[in-house]
Design a protein around this ligand. Structure first.
Ligand code: CA
Length: 223
């Protein structure tokens, strides 16, 4: 899953980014409202953490604009204690939830899980054929065997499972996992697919990652 953090306190934004990466989320950070809006409009995120007081464009304006543009990504507002009124306005503008600063890591993660679950973005432990992706431990389980995955491998398999049966293009992988506009990463997709194939083979799983030449990849072996 990919999360956008729009927060102008650079230390806080980076701390949130580090926490989320440790939990195997992909993260992009924007430090002002205008660039945050630009990122958010790509519609590549599963959740947006949005500060209210931001330079260039305030968080509530960013949120209203997104909803007008029919971008329905779950938004969690990050608010200071003094901004109670903004909190209410925010919920009226289409925010899904809010967190009052300072918040604990546990609370942040729980709110993200709740917001993405409500939108149906994730199954807690995604399954396909004989494999289950164990979100907490970052492992694939197949029968009584399991194997741990690197962060990128994990994100790629998660994306393949959530599109089960359908093709995921290289472009979709790059956008979701490496981030917006990073074309230098196209070749890495193949490398990570080959890592994943080896791990599936080690598990004796019937699930295979098929190449659709010139298009992308899809899972096979559900039956
Ligand atoms: Ca701020």
């Amino acid at each position: 899953m990919r999360i956008l953090v729009i927060e102008d306190e650079i230390g806080l934004a980076e701390a949130i980014g580090a926490i989320l990466k440790k939990e195997r989320y992909s993260v992009d950070i924007a430090n002002d409202g205008q660039s945050g809006l630009e990122y958010a409009l790509t519609d590549d995120y599963d959740c947006i953490l949005l500060d209210i007081m931001l330079p260039k464009m305030n968080g509530l304006d960013v949120l209203s604009y997104l909803r007008v543009k029919e971008i329905e990504t779950p938004v969690i507002l990050l608010t200071a204690k003094s901004e109670t009124e903004d909190k209410i306005k925010g919920l009226d503008c289409g925010a899904d939830d809010y967190l009052t600063k300072p918040f604990s890591t546990g609370e942040l993660l729980a709110r993200i899980r709740a917001a993405t679950r409500r939108r149906g973005a994730v199954d807690i432990n995604p399954k396909y054929g004989d494999i289950t992706l164990e979100m907490k431990k970052g492992e694939i389980i197949c029968g009584n065997k399991s194997i741990s995955l690197g962060r990128k491998e994990f994100q790629m398999l998660e994306l393949l499972i959530s599109n089960s049966g359908n093709i995921v293009t290289k472009e979709q992988f790059v956008k979701k996992i490496w981030g917006y506009n990073d074309e230098s990463e196209y070749n890495n997709v193949e490398v990570y697919v080959s890592f994943l194939r080896k791990k599936l083979a080690t598990l004796d799983s019937k699930v295979q990652i098929k190449t659709r030449r010139g298009i992308g990849y899809c899972l096979d072996g559900a039956k």
